[in-house]
Design a binder for this molecule. Sequence first.
Ligand SMILES: NC(=O)c1ccc[n+]([C@@H]2O[C@H](COP(=O)([O-])OP(=O)(O)OC[C@H]3O[C@@H](n4cnc5c(N)ncnc54)[C@H](O)[C@@H]3O)[C@@H](O)[C@H]2O)c1
Length: 345
Amino acid sequence: MAIPLAGVSIPMKNQASREPVRCALVGLGRIGSILEEDPLREKPATHAGAIQAHPDCKLVAGCDRDGDRCAAFAVRWKVAAIYRDLRTMLGESQPDLLHIATPPEHHLEAVRCAVAQRVPVVVCEKPLAPTRAEAMKLVSLARRGGVRVMVNHERRFCVDWRHVRSVIQEKPLGDLESIRATLYMGEHRRAGEMLLDDGTHLIDALRFITGGEFKRIRAWGDARKRGGTLWAAFTLAGIPGVLEVGGGRDHFVFEAELSFARGRVRVGNGVFEQWESRPSPHYRGARSLALREDLKFPVTGYFANMVSAAVGLVRDPKAPIESKATDGLAAVSIIEKILGAIQKT
Ligand SMILES: NC(=O)c1ccc[n+]([C@@H]2O[C@H](COP(=O)([O-])OP(=O)(O)OC[C@H]3O[C@@H](n4cnc5c(N)ncnc54)[C@H](O)[C@@H]3O)[C@@H](O)[C@H]2O)c1
């Protein structure tokens, strides 16, 4: 079920009676389909799951170069139109919406196919491309070809991250003073790979909530060694921040800690805390932070709201794109700047 979000075009209930939005999916792997079977994840958790759960959408076709994945997908989602070749799928199924859930190296080629077949709207997985140069080509190709690309940086569609954005904008805790972001996504991984793979979400989410740009980037550490850690310091919207990305931990952490003049927020995977300044129970005449126990976001709506936003783009060609290809390009550019800055130190 989609959660209504300010600023995101969500279809009205009676829109279900309109012509369905024809959705096709390329990449029938983990985020395309398979993670829907994870009993612990918030559902829907995949493109196929979110498309099928949306009252306006019809999953008309799927494509993967792997035959076993095609077969499993056809059974799981009861889709008969299965292809091994993207051009053929697009030519025959004529979708309104193409979901690209292949590895980043294939995103540019997939958008090229969408342009050739005049698919009006594409949802493209992150990172937009493996390099800034390729992301720039993708942005320009889509612009010239008239394809509207929305990047699945799904924090933009999560109610918890959107709440944090409103805390920054409306200032109930005063001004944002500093940012600390942390990313540990696999014990034996390289920090550089993690930064591109998962860090693209974190960088985009920080740009989204602050509405600002990363500047004055400096970085240290080891991006290439398995289990290594890297640090980056920056300003974002003029606010000082640090980012730590590391292997060597046996647990996942994806979070931002935001320090405000009168409070603190922690937001990330499986964590939301809003702390507010109150008269201290520990020190006379001082103030301490107290946790708002009443403020929780057990359901974020991440995939459901993302698909609703994509449906809004199909229904209204003039609707603004919440997570633009240029935002995806910005994230990849910042990542390259961080990695380049390490090499200079
Ligand atoms: N938004 C998220 O939270 C999230 C989570 C996981 C992965 N992702 C992203 O989604 C993308 C896919 O990741 P994944 O973990 O699902 O990978 P995966 O390997 O499980 O699935 C990718 C699928 O694409 C298929 N494929 C590759 N090249 C193809 C081609 N040319 N034509 C047709 N099929 C092709 C592969 O056979 C595979 O089945 C990546 O960009 C990844 O970064 C996003």
